[in-house]
Ligand binder design. Structure first.
Ligand code: PLP
Length: 504
């Protein structure tokens, strides 16, 4: 429930963003929280039992990824694991391993943004081109490796388009040139077999929440003999590689999630069939649909599709109102309102990128869920669903803001308001208490619902539409996009009052 309106049904087709925590994982975590509160670094019985839980989990993660337990280090998340490797190697003197880092241009933001940061500090960063499906150009790679590098970043499976790289071949080539490889395996684990020894990479990173484990726990594989140092300094936890008292319950949850990997992999063919069936359905609805993903070298659960002429924001809003979650790109970059770097790297224009949605199935996605998605898309494309207009930020200029016809409804959370000032003249309301303020919203005005990115505004706009408000629109890209275009106006009108809507 949000306020007084109930979403019909929830169908989560955004499994590459995250997955729900499985019952077995929850049970294990609850047991650890209840019974094992000891600090694993201590020298008494409770500490030893907590330490034993860590080591059991380490063995389970190692078994799932084809590593030895001593090669696995727990981290706060995969983002941290990627940072640890990148920052360590970039920090070495050039004569050792510092200096030039090579990467594919379709890596996750936890690599791309870290490389940007390191680039600004003087590390040379070079992107190796990819083809129209995101696969590394091997002859270009050979050429760049020949120039020497301190590291090559090449993910095993892409989070947005599902592309599976031939990492074994990439790593063999890198090995011939004595360049270590960091392989982000976050999306691969549980969906396709992962064997880090067979891949022969030096570093690999993982995250529990992509395979029905808890959020906020990751793992870093470091090949025996490969160099790495700590990112966090302090205590000597994790072999002095990651200071900070271990989150024993999260680590136990990660271990349990990894125990289910063989069962998850056993569903690979069934999942591929379900996804391909969905694609056939979608082609029936929109024969002009364009598939961005490769038909074979792709994760079994991922579909990146483009509907020409259809704004993905609008489509996601329509699906969201029917309780269906899909995404436009990686969850980590949705809030930035920029076209996906992955889609532009494989050759899509910005406009084409904004027509793309990612549908990612989880192991729990049923045929019924997919039928519901197809039915909803059919309704959307045949005009049977109401569409709420999206107002581009460029239209919301000074005249728009000063007009008495417009009513700006800012539905951001309090914490978001602290981060960015509201548009001048806004009426502030909360996204979660709709029923208590809706009475105060005038029916005779043109209402523009505003949030940080355009996502939270959607359910409110549809709820108003349901209550008979016919003149409702959403600020496309939210305040983030508006402030990018109107920084001068934002500064100039900063003092204009905003008002808080009285709740009943
Ligand atoms: N790498 C990839 C490919 C991902 O998809 C993600 C999560 O979206 C990450 C890294 C970051 O994982 P975490 O959320 O554990 O930081």
């Amino acid at each position: 429930m949000i306020g007084s309106f109930r979403l019909q049904r929830r169908v989560d087709l955004d499994a590459n963003a995250t997955t729900d925590v499985s019952r077995r994982v929850r049970r294990v975590m609850a047991r650890v929280l209840r019974r094992h509160h000891g600090n694993p670094s201590g020298a008494y019985a409770d500490a030893r039992s907590a330490a034993a839980i860590l080591e059991e989990a380490r063995e389970s993660v190692a078994a799932a990824i084809g590593a030895d337990a001593e090669e696995v280090q727990f981290t706060g998340c995969a983002t941290e694991a990627n940072n640890q490797v990148l920052q360590y190697l970039a920090g070495l003197p050039e004569t050792q391993r510092g200096g030039r880092i090579l990467s594919t241009p379709i890596e996750h933001p936890s690599i791309m943004h870290t490389l940007e940061h390191l680039g600004a500090q003087g590390t040379k960063v070079e992107m190796v081109p990819v083809d129209a499906f995101g696969r590394v150009d091997m002859s270009e790679l050979e050429e760049r490796l020949a120039g020497g590098a301190s590291l090559l970043c090449c993910m095993l499976a892409n989070n947005e388009i599902g592309t599976i790289q031939n990492v074994r071949e990439v790593a063999a080539m890198a090995r011939r040139h004595d360049v270590p490889v960091l392989c982000d395996c976050v999306q691969a684990l549980g969906k396709i077999p992962v064997d880090v020894h067979a891949l022969d990479v030096d570093y690999a990173t993982f995250s529990a929440h992509k395979l029905h484990g808890p959020k906020g726990i990751g793992a870093l594989y470091v090949r025996r003999g490969a160099e790495v140092g700590p990112l966090l300094h302090g205590g000597r936890q994790e072999g002095a590689m990651r200071a900070g008292t271990e989150a024993v319950h999260d680590i136990a949850g990660f271990g349990e999630a990894c125990r289910a990997v063989p069962a998850l992999l056993a569903q690979k063919d069934a999942m591929t069939a379900r996804r391909d069936g969905l694609l056939a359905e979608l082609r029936g609805i929109r024969p002009d649909l364009v598939l961005n993903s490769h038909s074979d070298d792709c994760l079994p659960n991922t579909l990146s599709v483009r509907f020409p002429g259809q704004s993905n924001t609008q489509l996601m809003a329509s699906l969201d109102m029917r309780g269906i979650a899909v995404s436009a790109g990686s969850a980590c970059s949705t809030s930035e309102n920029v076209p996906s770097h992955v889609l532009t790297a494989i050759g899509l224009s910005e406009e084409e990128a904004r027509e793309t949605i990612r549908i990612s199935l989880s192991h729990r996605t049923s045929h019924r869920d997919l039928r519901y998605l197809s039915r909803t898309l059919r309704d959307h494309f045949s005009g049977r669903l109401p569409t709420i207009p999206l107002v581009p930020p460029s239209r919301v200029d000074e005249a728009y803001l000063r007009s008495d016809d417009h009513y700006l409804l800012d539905v951001r959370f309090e914490v978001e308001r602290k981060l960015a000032r509201s548009l001048p003249g806004s009426h502030l309301a909360s996204v979660i208490s709709f029923a208590r303020y809706v009475h105060a919203i005038p029916k005779d005005k043109r209402i523009l619902v505003v949030c940080s990115t355009g996502v939270d505004a959607t359910p409110i706009a549809y709820a108003l539409h349901k209550r008979g408000y016919r003149n409702v629109a959403i600020l496309l890209g939210g305040l983030v996009a508006w402030k990018l275009q109107h920084s001068e106006l934002d500064r100039r009108l900063a003092g204009m009052p905003v008002s808080r809507i009285e709740r009943r």
